[in-house]
Design a protein around this ligand. Structure first.
Ligand code: MTE
Ligand code: LUZ
Ligand code: MOS
Length: 767
């Protein structure tokens, strides 16, 4: 089945927040934010702005009837800074005017008086100063400190990873209007309608049932709208409540990039110990997570870093320590992978370092340590239905990787200005929210008496195709044509207490809840047929909109069945609830069974580096991915391709740059480069691993949203391998690997530019 949104997207008819027709009298807001990263606020002067023609009001912390507090996990983040500002971009006031242009002009008239305080942007410095968002967390198994003496080889090193801007096509925004009797309606571009509802209630000082949050779809979220869509929603709701008018806020791209948090930068230290035959015996790692000015989702992201510390490998003795550091940057937040990329990049760096020192291919160490059935993850879960070795082997066989390696070797012998490199990237990603209570969902199904169906779930459509999958679940269960089914907007008054659509579990959780509802309705319909036709329930079947009893077609069509059921007063509405079974986790001990299952896959990268210019090209990426029994191959392969490219961007060209005052310098698309059509690998092959799927995945179709982003890490090591063909001494684990870094890495002081032959000169010219 094609993605049900494709046609609307390409014809421009799909509705986003900014397309919702506004009501008469709608006002427009812009955020006035702190121009400094860390300061005591002395005075906020808004008189000139307030007097600007067309300005309606300027809201500050003083206008908040409830609590000035939006922290989701830990209450440590004000909606508007009042006494102190902790990052450049922190909201201080909301300017509300007749038009957005007026609001923007008036914003320039606001003056903030302040005394500057020391600015810290480096997580290691923050740790030294004791600036921690939460106490350090340690997960461990065995005792690595006792294992080092058994290790034949021990390597240590440090790893740097920068953040990443989400760059969803649709910026953050929300639209709110007052309804009867103090009620508030909010349209929001959020992955977490319930978080928005809960926080609005807190800030406005009203109860959750007074607030209705509705989400049509997002123009991308990528985790950036799991927590950080809440603030704009609260701001417009606050203004709508106070002014009793509709208020709309859509961030400009520049504001969005400056105000919102990003993927967490990490700085880490590792120590890895191996046996003579390259088994990893012990691993110790310390992460310094750059959390930004407040917690946001950092505690949960920290946990996922710890869960994915050993990626796809079995290591008997492990100790991982994480410092979540407070810095004067915007609060960093969820981003596809949610801490896993940071954990996995360090272990892959450790393996790469060991391989380099031992003069063996990293793939040899990787392969030797891949998880096997019943191996223990160091957080206590036993690995089951482990497909990592199968994906590795299938990849090597189907894409003839040995031959490719040989071709690369002979290419490198023949060429001096181009060098090629290859790297493997196995991925094992845990599926479930690591916070157990979040693993629940609900769905509401109405069968209208013309036979059409309205489906509501807690899932948010953000481009990942979850609505299409929901439609498939319903159509499959009833055995009817999907055109009869309509996916409703996600609305807190129809489906309450939703978990964010995140952790790749949107389809699993909501799909399973929908299955419960649809199955209950199906049973009721079968019982009705049985009663009408004097048969037993078990003998009734609905196949392709026709009703059969004992295999014989009856004169009930779907439409007739529904009509008759309605006239006989059968309940045609059902609600389904699903809570993932099996999972549990003891946070104190760092042990349990946190994941319903794992998603597996392996990627192989071939890159070509131009050693004169430092530029590179990804020639080919081959992937074997465990989709389980995919319910929608085209959507799922699209997810792999999109995540892969997003991961490649993260590891190569996307470079966030802040100055020492905490000002974001890469705050536009001219200074922050994301992969475009030329940055995409020339060839991407995605092969599904043949498996029967997992019982806890919706209809056996495994979660796919985030895991493939991790493949992107492989590009770093492929580039590094190519560089070592020219400068064998090169060893640095500092992502992203921008062309500038490649060039500097190729030419340490002693190294000179290779002399080019005539034919190579010709080649360079034509390129
Ligand atoms: N795909 C598109 N096109 N746009 C997105 O914003 N978000 C990703 C992934 N794929 C995203 C996407 C992230 S971060 C997650 S957690 C999952 O989709 C969420 O959706 P799911 O749980 O339905 O897979
Ligand atoms: N969000 C969250 C997530 O709150 N908990 C998680 O475990 C998670 N994992 C991935 C992405 N978002
Ligand atoms: Mo995705 S980072 O779980 O929104």
């Amino acid at each position: 089945m094609k993605n049900i949104d494709s046609k609307g997207h390409v014809t421009g008819k799909s509705l986003y927040l900014d397309d919702i027709p506004v009501r008469q009298g709608t006002l427009h807001a812009v955020v006035f934010f702190s121009p400094v990263a860390h300061a005591k606020i002395k005075n906020l002067e808004v008189t000139d702005a307030r007097n600007y023609p067309g300005v309606i009001d300027i809201l500050t912390a003083k206008d908040i009837p409830g609590e000035n507090q939006i922290g989701g996990i830990i209450p440590d983040e004000p909606l508007f800074a009042e006494y102190e500002t902790d990052y450049l971009g922190q909201p201080v006031a909301l300017v509300v005017a007749e038009t957005e242009r007026i609001a923007r002009r008036a914003r320039q008239l606001i003056k903030l008086d302040f005394d500057e305080l020391e600015v810290i942007t480096d997580p290691r410095v923050a740790t030294e100063k004791g600036w921690l968002l939460t106490p350090p967390t340690i997960f461990s198994m065995g005792e690595p400190e006792k294992k080092w003496s058994h290790c034949k080889y021990i390597f240590e090193g440090s790893v740097e990873q920068a953040g990443q801007e989400h760059l969803y096509l649709e910026t953050q925004g929300a639209y709110s209007y007052p309804a009867e009797d103090g009620r508030i309606m909010v349209h929001s571009s959020t992955q977490s309608p319930t978080a928005a509802q809960r926080t609005i209630a807190k800030v406005l000082g009203i109860s959750m049932n007074q607030i209705q949050v509705d989400v049509v779809r997002l123009g991308g979220g990528f985790g950036g709208k799991e927590d950080q869509a809440t603030a704009p929603a609260v701001m417009v709701a606050l203004a709508a409540q106070k002014l009793e008018k509709p208020v709309k806020l859509v961030l400009s791209r520049a504001d969005d990039m400056q105000i919102t948090g990003k993927r967490h930068p990490y700085s880490s230290d590792f120590k890895i110990g191996l046996s003579q035959d390259l088994k990893i015996l012990a691993y110790e790692v310390t992460y310094y997570q750059n959390g930004g000015a407040s917690n946001d989702l950092s505690p949960a992201i920290s946990q996922r870093t710890l869960f994915h510390t050993t990626n796809s490998y079995y290591i008997p003795d492990v100790k991982a320590t994480l410092y979540s550091c407070k810095t004067n940057l915007p609060p960093n937040t969820a981003f596809r992978g949610f801490g896993a990329p940071q954990g996995m990049f360090v272990i892959e760096s450790a393996i790469a370092k060991a391989a380099m020192e031992l003069h063996v291919p990293a793939s040899l160490i990787q392969k030797r340590n891949l998880l096997r059935e019943n191996d223990l993850f160091y957080y206590g879960q036993t690995a089951k239905q482990v497909n990592i070795r199968k994906t590795w082997k299938t990849l090597c066989d189907e894409y003839h990787l040995q031959e490719k390696q040989k071709e690369i070797e002979s290419f490198n012998k023949k060429n001096r200005i181009y060098k090629k490199g290859m790297a493997m990237m196995p991925v094992t990603f845990g599926i479930s929210f690591t916070n157990i209570s979040m693993n629940q969902a609900r769905a509401l199904v109405h069968i209208y008496h013309d036979g059409s169906i309205g489906v509501s779930t807690g899932a948010i459509e953000m481009g990942q195709g979850v609505n299409t999958k929901m439609m498939q679940v319903a159509a499959h269960t009833f055995s009817i044509d999907p055109s009869r089914i309509k996916l409703e907007t996600t609305n807190t008054s129809r489906v309450s207490n939703t978990s964010p659509t995140a952790a790749s579990s949107g389809a699993d959780l909501n799909g399973n809840a929908l299955l419960v509802a649809c199955n209950a309705l199906l049973m009721r319909l079968k019982a009705f047929v049985a009663e009408q036709l004097k048969a037993s329930k078990k003998e009734v079947e609905i196949v392709n909109e026709r009703v059969f009893v004992k295999g014989n077609e009856t004169d009930f069509t779907w439409e007739k069945l529904i009509r008759q059921a309605f006239l006989n007063r059968v309940n045609l509405t059902e609600h389904g609830h699903y809570a993932t079974p099996v999972i549990h986790f003891d946070v104190e001990k760092g042990k349990g069974h946190p994941f319903a299952y794992h998603t597996y896959g392996t990627a192989a990268f071939v890159v070509k580096v131009d050693v004169l210019r430092g530029i590179y090209e990804v020639e080919e990426v081959d992937i074997v991915h465990d989709f389980g029994d995919s319910m929608n191959q085209s959507i799922d392969i699209g997810q792999v391709e999109g995540a892969l490219v997003q991961g490649i961007g993260y590891m190569t060209m996307e470079e966030l740059s802040y100055n020492s005052d905490g000002k974001l310098l890469s705050n536009s698309l001219s200074t922050y480069k994301v992969p475009d059509i030329y940055g995409v690998p020339k060839t991407v092959n995605v092969m599904p691993l043949k498996t029967s799927g997992h019982t806890l995945a919706v209809m056996g179709s495994k979660a796919v949203g985030e895991p493939p982003l991790l493949y992107g890490l492989g590009v770093y090591f492929a580039i590094q391998n190519a560089m070592r063909e020219f400068n064998p001494q090169f060893a640095s684990f500092d992502a992203p690997m921008t062309p500038e870094k490649v060039l500097m890495g190729l030419y340490p002081r002693s190294k000179s530019v290779p002399e080019t032959t005539k034919s190579e000169k010709q080649l360079l010219k034509t390129e």
